[in-house]
Design a protein around this ligand. Structure first.
Ligand code: SAH
Length: 204
């Protein structure tokens, strides 16, 4: 079923071998609620706890591809959710720092990662809007929730040459890539529309 899913993604334009290998390897059904388990290898998003969703595999693959990950790079993920995207990044040998603002999901993935032997460098409960200044700068930052605008701290926490992949918009989001060219310059590219649950900023 995982091979079939990977083939579906190839048909939709995913070409990165390592990303496809991750899709073929990671047991997506274990990241989902048992009531949806039977649908895990469809290319669809599904509900998880706390009214959030596990992203569509195509979206996970697309965002991961845009990062152009090299092994051992330091990657910040905003929106741990089910942990599936985290597992894909770990499969590509990234050093992953992941942040989730829903306590229920944070607790669930913390236990699940241990049980499965997935080892992010840090799994954090908090507001990813602020990034993770203590661990910055990052080679890549991936935001897996729809941001009304680009959080400034995330731009500031990219290495020169680093890549920020972020869906921007309210009802619908434009998949956007920022590449940091210098201290002050960022190159921006857009990759079409997607739909995500909202990135929520904690105001306190
Ligand atoms: N990568 C996840 C996507 C989950 S949906 C997966 O494939 O399962 C997006 C997640 O972003 C949700 O779990 C939501 O709670 C979280 N989120 C929203 N705003 C956030 C913020 N400011 N900081 C951290 N996480 C946030």
């Amino acid at each position: 079923m995982r091979n079939k899913l990977a083939n579906v993604l190839v048909g939709k334009g995913i070409a990165d071998r390592r990303v496809l290998e991750a899709i073929k390897t990671i047991p997506r059904h274990l990241f989902m609620d048992s009531s949806f388990e039977g649908h895990a290898y469809q290319d669809k998003a599904f509900p998880i706890a706390a009214e959030q969703t596990i992203s569509q595999p195509y979206t996970v693959a697309f965002q991961t591809e845009l990062l152009l990950l090299e092994p051992h790079q330091k990657i910040l993920e905003i929106g741990t959710g089910s942990g599936y995207q985290t597992a894909v990044l770990l499969h590509l040998k990234a050093k992953v720092y992941t942040i989730e603002r829903q306590l229920e999901l944070f607790k669930k993935t913390s236990i699940f990662f241990k049980k499965m032997g997935y080892r992010p460098k840090k799994s954090i409960f908090g507001d990813g809007y602020k990034g993770l200044p203590k661990e910055a700068p990052f080679d890549g930052i991936i935001v897996t929730a729809g941001a009304p605008e680009v959080p400034k701290p995330l731009m500031a926490q990219l290495k020169i040459g680093g890549r920020l992949v972020i869906p921007i918009g309210v009802d619908e989001q434009e998949m956007t890539l920022f590449v940091r060219k210098s201290e002050k310059e960022f190159e921006k590219k857009e990759f079409g529309s997607f739909r995500f649950v909202p990135l929520l900023e904690d105001k306190n």
